[in-house]
Structures are given as C-alpha cells and as structure tokens.
Write a protein that binds this ligand. Structure first.
Ligand code: ADP
Ligand code: MG
Length: 375
C-alpha cells in the first residue's frame, strides 16, 4: 500500500488474544465464563492521514491492505476486512468524530485457533480509534460495539466473552464473568508450580461458524420447550439440573444433550473459581478433564486431534488436567502441567502428534495478562 512508506504512527495499541480456563459455549447462554487475556497479541499502529473520510488498513500478516470511505461503509467479500469495517460501521453510528486514518497491524496470534484473534482485531481497532480521535468511548462501549460488529459484518453470533476478556483483563488474574449481568470478579490465577501450556492442533475450524450457529439454535430450541411451563426462563442460565431432567422426554435427545452440557458447564465455572480461590490445583485439573468429556460427547464440538491430545495428557503424571478450548473443531488444548515436566510433555506430545497425524504441533505457555492497552 502506498501509504506505508510515509507511515509515521502516532498511536500504538496492543490488543491481546485470550484463553478461557473453563465455560465453553456458556456465554451465549448467558452463563459464566472464566477467561483471561494472554501475552500473544495484535499490534496496531495508527496515524491520522489528513483526509476527511479516506481510511487505509494494512495487515502485515496477510500482506494485504484495503481502502474505504467513512461515508460509504459496507460489507466486503474479503472476510478479514469485515472485522474492521464492522467496527467502523458501529463507531460511526455512535460518533461523527472519526476522520481519515491509516492503520498497520501485525500479530503473533495464530488465526482461527480459538485464541480469539477476531476479538483482538475488533477491540484493537476500536481502542485505537478511540485514542486517536478522542471518541470518549468507555471500555464497555468498545466491548459491546466490537461484539455487534462480529454479529452484523462477520456473521458469527458470538457471545460477549472474547471482547470482554481482550479488553478488561488484568495481569495474573482470570475474570469470572456473568454474561447475563456482566458483573465480574477478578480471581487470582496463581497456579505455581504449574503452568498453562497450550497445544495448537493446527486444525483450523472452518466448520466452526456453521456448527457454532447450529449449537446456538439447539440451545434456543431447548429453552423454547422449557419455557412452555416456565415462562420465567429466558436462557439456559435460568435452568436447574432438576428442571431440565423433567423435560427429558419432551426434547429431541440431541437438544437434551446440548442443554445438559451447558448447565453442567456453567456449574463447572463456579466450581473452578472456587478451586482457584482455595488453591486446590488437583481439583482444577479434574474439572478440566470432565469439561472435555462434555465438549467431546455431549456438545460434540471436539475433533480427533483434540481428543487425542487430551487422552495423551492423561497418561502424563505431570499433567493435572486438559481440555479443548474455544468454539471447537480444533484450535488449542489447554493443559495444566507441573513446571518440571513441561519440556518432557511438550517434546513427547509433538512426537506423538506427528506420528499420529503427520502434522506439526505448536506448543506455548499462556500466562494471564492485561487487556488492550496503549503502548
Ligand atoms: P479466532 O478468533 O479463534 O482466531 P476467528 O475465525 O473468529 O478465529 O477469527 C480469525 C479471523 O480474524 C481471520 O480469519 C481474519 O479474518 C481475522 N484476523 C485476525 N487476525 C488478523 C490479522 N492479523 N490480519 C488480518 N486479519 C486477521
Ligand atoms: Mg473469533
């Protein structure tokens, strides 16, 4: 892109990816989640370009850029541009203070691996423009407008967790977030002598958007049945184990399984928060294994590669627990590994994975980090 030569950024933003310790698919069911930002992030550099409405955005990772006019924002045929355009569409509804700008971004976050590079991109864009043009958007405005951008321009009906974690996290903590009220509690995540090791299956979840929307619809179907006799029920968050059980015969068995997973998973988030507060790391691990069983057998969003890695972790005495994280069908597994066993675990997992699938496994440590910030 032409502007890159004379590009002198005035504002640099880091916008992190996130992991979710537990609480998968609970967010759009208005339940609890337990995420935190990680050190991997997108770096976004901004400058005003002196024009009224001409904007240019360039992704170093894709070696691609595009231009658009603030007065004529519409969806693009190039997927990645929609994360940017969706955010601009929302921001320009809220303020008329944005003017022409240039943005260059680069990332060390793997895409489509369940670490939410999408929310990092949206929130980083919104955060940067807020700084560049003094838009007076609050952090919560940035979170919600980014979520809406993903719904309207990208077409993923995501919950609030990814954007919330990317923006609101604090170093050394996970966030116990109530996705219904948005009340949240920072919980110290001191796992020492254990570490959070992520294993990236390298399987990209191309299935994920359609299956994600399908799971969401299945949960809604469950709610619509439960509602008939319990009009106060608005989401699976409002449903107890006992209530669900009473409706078992009235539900399609698949819908029942999905609902059962969500209700159990929601309880697991609360148990996990307690286990962390009690520093009961054995329990942390047990909950993770239990969660993976649900992800794999009840919600059916795992895949052969993730199941293999979780089973592999179970055989290693240095590992307390493991599960697939993210929307599903690949992405990363999260493992709680004793620090003395990390190297052995990673090395042997890489070998075993290569042997089984002929693919490279990429491992990295994730440590709870702070949210989107100006450098
Ligand atoms: P995840 O959020 O788990 O990483 P998604 O499929 O939700 O997976 O989002 C990934 C998409 O976000 C990419 O396919 C791309 O369109 C966009 N994206 C993320 N990071 C970048 C980047 N550095 N440059 C361009 N687009 C990006
Ligand atoms: Mg995403």
């Amino acid at each position: 892109m032409g502007f890159l030569q004379g590009f002198v950024p005035t504002i640099n933003i880091i916008s992190p990816g996130r992991i979710n310790l537990i609480g998968e698919h609970t967010d759009y069911n208005l339940g609890y989640v337990l995420p935190t930002a990680i050190e991997k992030r997108i770096l976004l550099k901004f400058q005003k370009n002196g024009t009224d409405t001409q904007c240019r955005v360039y992704s170093k990772d894709f070696d691609k850029g595009f231009e658009f006019d603030l007065k004529r924002i519409s969806r693009s045929d190039n997927d990645w541009e929609n994360y940017v355009l969706g955010v601009l569409n929302e921001i320009t509804k809220r303020t008329d203070k944005v003017r022409g700008f240039d943005c260059v971004l680069e990332s060390d976050l793997p895409l489509g691996s369940g670490l939410s590079s999408s929310a990092a991109l949206e929130c980083g864009m919104a955060f940067g423009l807020n700084e560049l043009f003094d838009l007076e958007l609050s952090k919560m405005d940035i979170v919600t407008l980014s979520q809406i951008a993903e719904h309207t321009y990208v077409g993923t009906q995501c919950g609030i967790m990814d954007q919330f974690a990317s923006v609101m996290s604090e170093k050394g903590h996970v966030i116990l977030l109530d996705c219904r009220s948005l009340e949240h509690d920072l919980i110290s995540a001191d796992l020492d002598p254990y570490k959070i090791i992520m294993l990236n299956t390298g399987v990209s979840h191309s299935l994920a958007t359609s299956e994600y929307n399908k799971r969401k619809a299945e949960c809604e179907e469950g709610v619509s049945i439960l509602k008939r006799e319990n009009p106060e029920i608005k989401s699976l968050r409002d449903v107890s184990r006992e209530t669900l059980k009473r409706f078992k015969n009235e539900m399609d068995p698949v819908v029942y399984k999905r609902c059962h997973f969500i209700i159990e998973e929601n309880q697991r988030v609360l148990e996990m928060a307690k286990a962390l507060k009690d520093n009961n790391l054995e329990k942390v691990g047990t909950i993770l294994y239990k969660a993976h069983e649900g992800i794999s057998k009840e919600y059916e969003v795992s895949c052969t590669e993730s199941d293999f890695l979780v089973d592999y972790a179970k055989e290693n005495p240095s590992v307390l627990g493991a599960r697939q994280t993210g929307g599903g069908f690949g992405g990363c597994t999260l493992n709680i590994v004793h620090k003395t066993g990390v190297k052995n675990f990673i090395d042997t997992a890489i070998d075993a994975y290569k042997k089984e699938f002929g693919r490279e496994l990429i491992a990295f440590e994730a440590s709870p980090s702070g949210g989107t910030a100006k450098l």
